[in-house]
Design a protein around this ligand. Structure first.
Ligand code: OAD
Length: 230
């Protein structure tokens, strides 16, 4: 079976009702990164950040995977599929994909602010974390999110997976944020790259096929194209 590596970003969850970051109604239009997505912000106001991520988690309980996520599960009949996602939502998991790597962390997990290896999965219906909720060693729990300026621990593993791709499929990311955006440079030279995004995204490679559509329609078209070419 060929290995299909899929790099996803906020755009794949847009049709589920989660806004992206950099579109006109995006999260970074409403909040400043420095206020809610850096370690300094956390030290500045832990209550504000705890509340911000509680709201993001609450929203997760109200949304469902769309055909963009579900189509990637169906593709497992045709390919070995590895998903590398920049998203912190759990919609790939809920759709049923079997191999998912989260580059930027996971909303449904929290960890000790002191001991980063102490990571806890929240119960499925619990979205609220409070100041005073502690790890087993007595330190405050923080969101299990990679904030700006923090290392991206999974990037090495993601690069390894990308090197093994026979096809790379990129869905719904503006490729503005590194090191995630640099993963496209790890694909072997002749590997075709499919891009599903309603807008243009700069990718400095040959063999890029742009399906200029939203995630659901775009994944449908990708499935049709690969079935025809097989
Ligand atoms: P962006 O908001 O930067 O980009 C979203 C992309 O999705 C854009 O290219 C849109 O055109 C596209 N898009 C919008 N609607 C779509 C749809 N229905 N179907 C398909 N694509 C659609 O989001 P990301 O590239 O994911 O990091 O952002 C990368 C990182 O920046 C995030 O993981 C987050 C953010 O700050 C952290 O928080 C560390």
């Amino acid at each position: 079976m060929k290995h299909l590596v899929v790099l996803t970003g906020a755009g794949i969850s847009a049709e589920s009702g989660i806004s992206t970051f950099r579109d006109s109604d995006g999260l970074w239009e409403r909040y400043r990164i420095e206020d809610v997505a850096t370690l300094d912000a956390w030290h500045n106001d832990k209550a504000l950040l705890t509340d911000f991520y509680n709201q993001r988690r609450k929203q997760l309980l109200e949304v469902k995977p769309n055909y963009g996520h579900i189509g990637l599960v169906e593709l497992e009949k045709l390919f070995q599929v590895s998903i590398i996602t920049q998203n912190v939502d759990n919609l790939h998991e809920r759709a049923g994909s079997s191999s998912i790597l989260h580059l930027h962390g996971e909303l449904t997990k929290v960890r000790s602010e002191r001991y980063e290896e102490l990571v806890y999965e929240l119960p499925p219906d619990k979205y609220e974390v409070k100041i005073g909720d502690l790890c087993e060693k007595g330190h405050q729990l923080r969101p299990h999110i990679v904030w700006f300026g923090e290392p991206v621990p999974m990037i090495g593993k993601a690069a390894e997976i990308t090197q093994q791709a026979d096809i790379l499929l990129i869905i719904g990311t503006s490729l503005n944020v590194y090191p995630a955006a640099g993963l496209v440079n790890y694909v072997r030279p002749d590997v075709p790259i499919y891009l599903i995004d309603p807008k243009d995204v700069a990718i400095n490679r040959k063999n890029v096929f742009h399906i200029k559509k939203g995630a659901s329609e775009g994944v449908r078209e990708f499935v049709e194209r690969v079935i025809v070419s097989d």
